[in-house]
Design a protein around this ligand. Structure first.
Ligand code: ADP
Length: 179
């Protein structure tokens, strides 16, 4: 599914983020930046040791913040690492922190002249953020950014599995009729 928003494109696809040829891909990392399971493990495996070397030098990342490294052996030139919130009950600032994670990735991308960026579904794996709530924040933040900035040409969500893609598509349909 592709939607034109202002000068850019919002795209929702099913797939593996490590295979994307966007300028940057986003990693749902943890605060240590030392690698983990899920999408983080997949990115380090596919991208090789250069990514981890740079992560070690950076030294860590706070929840909601974002940092950038080489893409190593990936097709993408850069990996933007962000840390989503660990979901407890939704009353511990989780929505704001998830919004910050997406927004800070987009801001960092803009500052580096990145034109295309691929996101996974941050916080919805090991960090247990309810999928449709997380999708709403992810999509609203991306739409708002594309409306307010014209430098990024493509924001692609690469959803792991058909079911996750369907949830994102359904949530997009709901929020796009809201305004
Ligand atoms: P978090 O700790 O932020 O919850 P996870 O990596 O556990 O991060 O999960 C985030 C999302 O990434 C989940 O929806 C998971 O299914 C998905 N995922 C795992 N591997 C990949 C991959 N190679 N490409 C895209 N998404 C992936």
């Amino acid at each position: 599914m592709e939607i034109k928003i202002n000068k850019g494109i919002l795209s929702l696809v099913e797939g593996d983020i490590t295979k994307q040829s966007t300028d940057a891909i986003v990693n749902a990392a943890n605060k240590s930046l030392l690698g983990g399971g899920g999408v983080d493990g997949a990115i380090h495996r596919a991208g090789g040791p250069k990514i981890l070397e740079e992560c070690i030098k950076i030294g860590g990342c706070e929840t909601g913040e974002a940092v950038i490294t080489t893409g190593g052996n990936l097709k993408a030139k850069y990996v933007i690492h962000t840390v989503g919130p660990i979901y407890r009950d939704g009353l511990h600032n989780e929505p704001k922190l998830l919004d910050n994670a997406y927004r800070n990735c987009l801001k960092l991308a803009s500052s580096k002249g990145i034109k295309s960026i691929a996101f996974p579904s941050i916080s919805t794996g090991a960090y247990r953020y309810p999928l449709s709530d997380a999708a709403e924040i992810a999509l609203k933040t991306a739409v708002e950014y594309l409306k307010e900035h014209t430098d990024i040409e493509l924001v692609r969500f690469v959803l792991f599995g058909q079911k996750t893609l369907e949830v994102y598509e359904k949530v997009y349909a709901l929020i796009s009729t809201d305004h």
